[in-house]
Write a protein that binds this ligand. Structure first.
Ligand code: URA
Ligand code: SF4
Length: 189
């Protein structure tokens, strides 16, 4: 039977795609393994690759602020990425790399059994929600798959590049909070 420890151990030794050749560390994911809410980013950046932790760079700081707005923090969510190794120069992960890596995310999701999945940005949303997903059009909308309620937010890196998207993200966060109150059972502030 799979558990979090042996899954992490197998993942951090993965060589299933060429990103293993250029990574410093595999970024498996972190947070609470009892979380009801799973956040999924795109892939590790430079800081994440160096530290082996998800969302610890500039985008991660903004993500912390976004979580705080709705009473969440790193210890009451789980956070990981579509690909667990950094794409060189932070390029988009290739489809082949995403396909090689998605098995780890599937196993993480099966262990966590979240109620809500939040995709951070276009790459995660296209992979999890569907290839026709358009982040500018479809952020903040709810989708349903395998009993999970799924929505996408703009990626914090996009919000750093284009602060004019922040008001929309604020509304999306309020909607996320509403859904949490509706379907989650843990208490959040
Ligand atoms: N961007 C991501 O998508 N994931 C991280 O872990 C860091 C930055
Ligand atoms: Fe394995 Fe994923 Fe890293 Fe590729 S990106 S080597 S599939 S862990």
């Amino acid at each position: 039977m799979e558990n979090w420890d042996n899954l992490r151990e197998r993942c951090i030794n993965c060589t299933a795609c060429p990103l293993c050749e250029t990574r410093t560390n595999v970024v498996f994911g972190s947070g609470s393994t009892n979380a009801e809410i799973l956040f999924i980013g795109e892939g590790p950046g430079e800081q994440e690759d160096l530290k082996g932790e998800a969302f610890v760079g500039r985008a991660g700081k903004l993500l912390d602020d976004m979580l705080a707005i709705i009473g969440l923090n790193r210890s009451n969510i789980y956070i990981t990425n579509i690909v667990k190794c950094r794409p060189p120069k932070n390029r988009d992960p290739l489809n082949t790399e995403q396909e090689a890596c998605i098995k780890w995310l599937r196993k993480q999701t099966a262990l966590l059994k979240p109620k809500i999945i939040v995709c951070l940005g276009r790459i995660a949303a296209a992979r999890i929600i569907g290839p026709d997903f358009k982040i500018t059009r479809d952020h903040g909308k709810w989708y349903k798959a395998n009993e999970f309620s799924i929505m996408a937010l703009y990626h914090p890196s996009a919000l750093l590049r284009d602060p004019s998207k922040r008001p929309e993200t604020f509304l999306d966060l309020k909607e996320l909070k509403r859904k949490i109150k509706e379907i989650c059972t843990h208490t959040y502030n």
